[in-house]
Design a binder for this molecule. Structure first.
Ligand code: GLC
Length: 752
């Protein structure tokens, strides 16, 4: 067996940022501060208030009103205003017709692609490939900037444990380490190597902070997050985004422990500014300032403006409480001119860093790169790497395009060009989508493909076309069922109470399985679904998420073995909504459950003594394990992990510890494996998780080849906030290297 020594020194906790010469806020002596200072000194109060107002195009009744507002310096930023001609025209008014010529910054939600649409961010997170994700966001910035956009409200890096929450689609899943590595990559992609590059956009880390912990997964709902959880989990990706140089942050909608995050001095001032030294600017979310009246935290819009300004929200998105009230608040000494100047200075600094004063206009020729073939190729690669193989009984996959006589392509998402783009897709166009049906027909030829949509959309309950679908299955060698969710069932304001496959999809799958033909289930969805029954009914299951413009070719590549699936789950899959929240880094509790303590529901005796069935932490029906664990994902090949070694049994608190293992591709196909590194702190001054991801690496391992992998721990990787401060505590630790959060080679060491 050939041994390829591949030594990967990963400073596990300090993951290698995709470093570049990028401007990084305060650390860049870019002169922006001084320029902004000089400009602030020349500005009238009206002009300062204008910079603190971001207005949506819809706010203006007619274009002339908008032009006049810009001419008078009454807004410093526009939202959802795009198109190179229109932007250049309005920018010319700002630069040439306003008193000080301050350029506008145009903002837009470019969340997972612009015209070339990539998988939803939760899907991209399943690739565990920061470099591929960085490149996807770089491509998105190149396309968006060609339309005059210079600021995107991304990355969305809200940790969540709740698949009912519609916006789980938009984030990077449940784990702070994985989300932090991806947050850094996304910021690097958005902002590029130099902020003054015409294709650079300002990134916006959102939604700061805690929005993903909405009670019951109901969007905009209350959040209660104890400070240890806030600091040890929820804030981690935001800190990574700041360290990667994100120029803006967005305050959120939710109230956090009773204080709305758009009026929260603790998060916006103490943590973001004083502890982290962030020196870009903070924008509110859409109307999140005035919504503090609804929260019952402000009497009226005026008090809401006062609270937000005092908390550190520097630009108000979409509403005009700043515009309407700052002068009165100054007169009443509720806020100070110093606060106003600080806010305007931060905004102007970012505009200077983006080069907007020197190059305010967009090159009309830049749009020629939109949908460039190389961009579509990358979208196909990312979609391939994002798909997760959940089941593959008797090697039902891959199919052979040469041997297969015909396939039945069935289901509501086989040919759904808009749905496959997913949520938060303002500018992607269904006309550019290549659907699975199209890609399979292109590969096999129409004659080999028996297509029956059977259900018009994912919520369709009609069984009228079941017989046609079953007939197609009977006359085919295999069934490819494309199901899941329409795009509208996830995203903002689109949370679900149940997380099952909607409509009559499961019944249709049962009818198809009854034919005895191999059934391959491909799911496109915006969240983890509770698909236990559907997995049972299928021979193979590929979870493709809403996979973007090139979903069809990417899925077809995998189904027919051009590449092996390699994705791993970035979020736990639960058996049903009743199990939520269920995340892998949970605490052990005083009564951990096990197979010895849990009696399967249907095996519970009908006559029972008063004593319980185990007095352990489980559900009688769901048990104590998820449907599928974080980090899980199969391959067409097999990998063997061996030879776990530690550089020492004892790690000094001022030293390091290196953990090594070998991974062998024991199958007959070259493939990627995402090797994961977990740590457990056995005893702490607060209860500690049973496992925490501290490193990972996507490795390409040829068939028959063995690769070495190593991860190096420092004390910083073992630090945590215990409610009183950041601590690293001596004691016993476990480590694992393996293919998921539930499998791996184990060892332990002592930290002293
Ligand atoms: C929305 C979202 C936010 C988005 C903003 C602008 O309500 O919460 O993520 O960036 O408004 O569209």
């Amino acid at each position: 067996m050939k041994l390829t020594r591949l030594s990967l020194v990963l400073s596990a906790g300090l993951f290698m940022l995709i470093t570049s010469s990028c401007d990084k806020g305060k650390s860049v002596t870019d002169g922006a501060e001084a320029k902004a200072d000089r400009l602030v000194a020349q500005m009238t109060l009206d002009e300062k208030i204008g910079q603190m107002s971001q207005l949506d195009l819809g706010y203006f009744m007619d274009p002339e009103q908008l032009k006049q507002a810009v001419r008078e310096g009454r807004c410093g930023s526009l939202l959802n205003f795009l198109g190179v001609e229109q932007v250049n025209e309005i920018q010319r008014i700002a630069v040439e017709e306003s008193r000080l010529g301050i350029p506008l910054i145009i903002g837009r939600d470019v969340i997972h692609g612009y015209r070339t649409v990539f998988p939803i961010p939760l899907g991209m997170a399943a690739s565990w490939n920061p470099e591929a994700v960085r490149k996807a966001f770089r491509i998105s910035a190149v396309e968006a900037s060609s339309d005059g956009i210079k600021w995107t409200f991304a990355p969305m890096i809200d940790i969540t444990w709740d698949p009912r929450w519609g916006r789980i689609a938009e984030g990077c899943g449940e784990d702070p380490y994985l989300a932090s590595t991806l947050a850094a990559a996304m910021v690097k992609g958005i902002q590029g190597d130099s902020l003054t590059d015409p294709t650079a956009l300002a990134a916006c880390a959102k939604h700061y902070v805690g929005y993903g912990f909405a009670e019951a997964g109901r969007d905009y709902n209350t959040t209660y997050i104890p400070e240890p959880l806030l600091r040890n989990v929820v804030l981690k990706p935001f800190h990574a985004a700041k360290e990667a140089g994100a120029q803006t942050f967005m305050s959120a909608f939710n109230d956090l422990n009773g204080i709305p995050t758009s009026g929260n001095r603790f998060t916006l001032k103490k943590i973001l500014r004083e502890e982290w030294g962030f020196d870009g600017f903070v924008v509110s979310d859409w109307a999140s300032v005035t919504e503090m009246v609804n929260h019952g935290f402000a009497e009226d819009d005026k008090q809401a403006a006062e609270i937000a300004i005092n908390a550190g929200v520097e630009m108000e998105m979409a509403t005009t409480s700043y515009y309407a009230n700052i002068k009165a608040l100054l007169d009443e000494k509720k806020i100070t001119m110093e606060q106003i100047d600080d806010a305007v200075r931060d905004i102007l600094k970012v505009k200077y860093r983006l080069g907007l004063f020197d190059n305010p206009y967009t090159d009309p020729e830049a749009g020629k790169r939109i949908l460039d073939p190389s961009f579509l190729d990358h979208a196909r690669t990312v979609a391939r790497q994002s798909a997760v193989l959940l089941k593959n009984e008797d090697a039902a996959l891959p199919l052979s395009e040469d041997k297969i006589a015909s396939v039945a392509v069935i289901g509501p998402l086989a040919d759904a060009p808009r749905d496959q783009l997913g949520t938060w897709c303002f500018d992607g166009r269904a006309e550019n989508s290549v659907t699975p049906l199209k890609a399979i027909r292109d590969l096999l030829g129409d004659k080999k493909v028996n297509y029956v949509q059977a259900l018009a959309y994912s919520r369709d309950k009609s069984k009228a076309n079941f017989s046609a679908a079953v007939a197609a299955a009977r006359r085919s060698d295999a069934v490819l069922f494309f199901g899941g969710e329409e795009w509208i069932l996830s995203g903002e304001g689109q949370s679900r109470g149940e997380i099952n496959m909607p409509g009559a999809q499961t019944e249709l799958l049962e009818a198809l399985a009854a034919t005895g033909k191999p059934v391959i289930l491909v799911i496109m969805a915006g969240r983890p679904l509770a698909i236990g029954r559907e997995i049972e009914l299928s021979d193979a299951v590929l979870y493709a998420w809403h996979a973007g413009t090139m979903a069809g070719p990417a899925i077809t590549d995998l189904l027919f073995g051009k590449e092996s699936p390699s994705g791993k789950l970035p979020v736990t899959f639960v058996k049903g909504a009743g199990q939520i929240p269920f995340y892998y880094y949970r605490n052990n509790t005083g009564r951990p459950a096990s197979d010895e303590t849990w009696t399967p529901f249907d095996s519970i005796p009908t006559v029972n003594p008063q004593s319980s069935l185990g007095y352990r932490t489980f559900h009688l029906d769901y048990g104590y394990t998820p449907l599928l664990p974080f980090g899980y994902g199969l391959s067409y090949t097999t990998f063997k992990y061996s030879d776990l070694t530690l550089s020492s049994q004892v790690m000094k608190i001022d030293g390091t510890l290196t953990v090594r293992a070998r991974v062998t591709n024991t199958g007959n196909m070259d493939a990627d494996e995402i090797v994961q590194f977990y740590v457990r702190d056995r005893v702490g001054s607060i209860t500690r998780p049973i496992k925490e991801l501290k490193g990972y690496n996507r490795l390409r391992i040829s068939r028959g080849e063995t690769t070495d992998v190593e991860f190096t721990l420092t004390a910083a990787d073992l630090a945590f906030f215990n409610g009183r401060g950041e601590v690293t505590e001596p004691g016993k630790f476990d480590v694992w290297i393996g293919p998921s959060s539930e499998e791996g080679l184990h060892a332990d060491f002592i930290l002293e």
